[in-house]
Unconditional design. Structure first.
Length: 497
């Protein structure tokens, strides 16, 4: 339904009223944060695992997909000033309930064209106007639509299906909250030179330049601006029990202040989010991986991490999706979002669904695993298993073009792989039978697990897996010895029965 609300202010007096309203929000005490029950249980939150993004509705029906996405354009939500249309939001919330799959929500660019009557247009970005977002009027418009968004979610019978709301700071691009030339289409404006801008309002309400009540550098202003957005999220979403997800990409460039980053991700209702999952250093993956891993494994935050839509050079799409899923699992991320065009590359989806979000719950985790890996981003990947005698093996890169072959562990005859089992996980399997799954490339090597009577291997070509059933482990360790040949190992998994 289209609903008209009170018109926005347009004159100078109302501009300063808007400034006062925005400024006051920085000192407003947040209300009580309503944590969802799943966040404090001994299990991952509802829908943990694979989420499909930017796909047709039918992709949501795939049984490998555990949560879905709801995206709304601001110019469609508020096509006229003060007139709102939330029909798609409510249809998506109902669809989420009917599918029994929770939903992640966001309002995206572009902002409505009618705002150009009041706010300068710097240029165009992603098909819409890129406004001078630090203008108090623009901030007021942005604040209002977020408040209305929260009210609609809070009034829905299906509110409990919402994972959270993704924060898009300036509402005309998705990655950065400050002026970023790479985000503009065609003509690139100069931030402080209005002669390079696309348009400036002609009525008397426009004031050129940054707001005079926040002096200082671009960095100082950017941090101040982002704090407003953060406070809106606390005021409108977190206080009604809806988490808000901030991108770790905000950690680079203009927000470099460690204390502010700590504040951003330490609010009780925050989620940590990233929109790219790479396996190289070119896009700062090491820092972002460490930030996400620390928060999701130990900081008790929910994590949402999109896969990259871009191919990992020199590797197949199967390797892309598989290893990116493993690195996200290792980071403790609960929601692993993949693009709909990648849904066919699903070799790792079942494994991702099995382990997503279990890192914090060793006693109830379905298993423990380690994938042998060593990139410039991180080392071995996994839950509750640690490679102890690393000098007895060598990590190989690009051993094979198969799904597992981007990295592998080479172990020569007479050597062994010793894995220690996390004590918390071992306590949960003490005296119980488990299966041990070993994935390896068949080079003809003969291997033995824990001095058992049987051996495995002795095959040639391609990747294989051996499952050794119904073991009762006497000690918190596993040992794979190589009797002959050279073994190439990918993964070891302990599976609870």
């Amino acid at each position: 339904m289209l609903k008209k609300t009170t018109a926005h202010p347009t004159n100078n007096a109302k501009i300063f009223s808007t400034i006062e309203k925005i400024s006051m929000s920085t000192v407003k005490a947040p209300g009580t944060i309503l944590e969802p029950q799943q966040a404090i249980s001994n299990r991952p939150p509802m829908g943990a695992g694979i989420q499909v993004i930017w796909g047709p509705p039918e992709a949501d029906n795939n049984p490998l997909v555990k949560s879905i996405q709801g995206i709304y354009r601001w110019d469609q939500v508020e096509p006229q000033e003060g007139v709102y249309d939330w029909r798609r939001l409510h249809a998506d919330l109902k669809r989420s309930y009917d599918l029994n799959k929770p939903i992640m929500l966001q309002i995206n660019c572009p902002a409505p064209a009618w705002i150009a009557k009041y706010v300068a247009v710097l240029g165009t970005s992603r098909g819409g106007y890129a406004y001078q977002y630090w203008d108090p009027l623009y901030m007021g418009f942005h604040r209002d639509v977020l408040q209305k968004f929260a009210e609609q979610i809070n009034g829905s019978d299906y509110k409990h299906m919402v994972i959270g709301v993704r924060v898009q700071p300036n509402a005309y691009n998705t990655e950065y909250f400050v002026f970023e030339p790479a985000e503009f289409d065609g003509k690139i404006p100069v931030e402080d030179d209005r002669r390079t801008w696309q348009s400036v309002p002609v009525d008397g309400g426009y004031q050129f330049g940054r707001t005079d009540f926040v002096p200082g550098t671009t960095d100082n202003y950017g941090v101040w601006y982002m704090k407003q957005v953060q406070q809106w999220c606390i005021d409108f979403f977190q206080t009604i029990g809806i988490k808000t997800a901030f991108r770790t990409l905000l950690n680079q460039k203009h927000i470099a202040q460690p204390l502010y980053i700590e504040q951003l991700f330490n609010t009780p209702g925050a989620m940590v989010l990233d929109t790219r999952c790479g396996l190289n250093m070119a896009d700062g993956m090491r820092n972002r991986y460490e930030l996400i891993r620390n928060r999701c494994r130990d900081g008790k935050l929910l994590g949402y991490w999109e896969d990259s839509q871009y191919e990992w050079d020199g590797h197949t799409w199967q390797q892309n999706i598989y290893w990116r899923n493993l690195i996200r699992l290792d980071a403790g991320v609960q929601y692993l979002a993949v693009y709909a065009k990648h849904i066919e590359f699903n070799q790792s989806f079942a494994f991702a669904n099995k382990y997503a979000g279990w890192y914090r719950f060793p006693a109830t985790s379905p298993g423990a695993w380690i994938a042998f890996h060593n990139s410039r981003v991180t080392g071995n990947l996994g839950y509750f298993l640690q490679h102890v005698n690393t000098l007895d093996g060598t990590i190989l890169t690009d051993y094979d073009t198969g799904i597992y072959g981007a990295w592998a562990l080479q172990v020569k005859a007479g050597r062994r792989v010793t894995l220690s089992i996390d004590s918390r996980f071992f306590d949960s399997i003490r005296g119980r039978k488990v299966n041990v799954r070993i994935v390896y490339y068949a080079t003809g090597a003969v291997m033995r697990l824990n001095n058992n009577a049987g051996t495995f291997g002795a095959l040639l070509n391609n990747w294989h897996e051996t499952v050794i059933p119904s073991l009762v482990l006497a000690a918190p360790s596993l040992e794979i010895s190589v009797n002959s040949g050279t073994a190439i190992l990918h993964m070891v998994e302990i599976i609870k029965l």
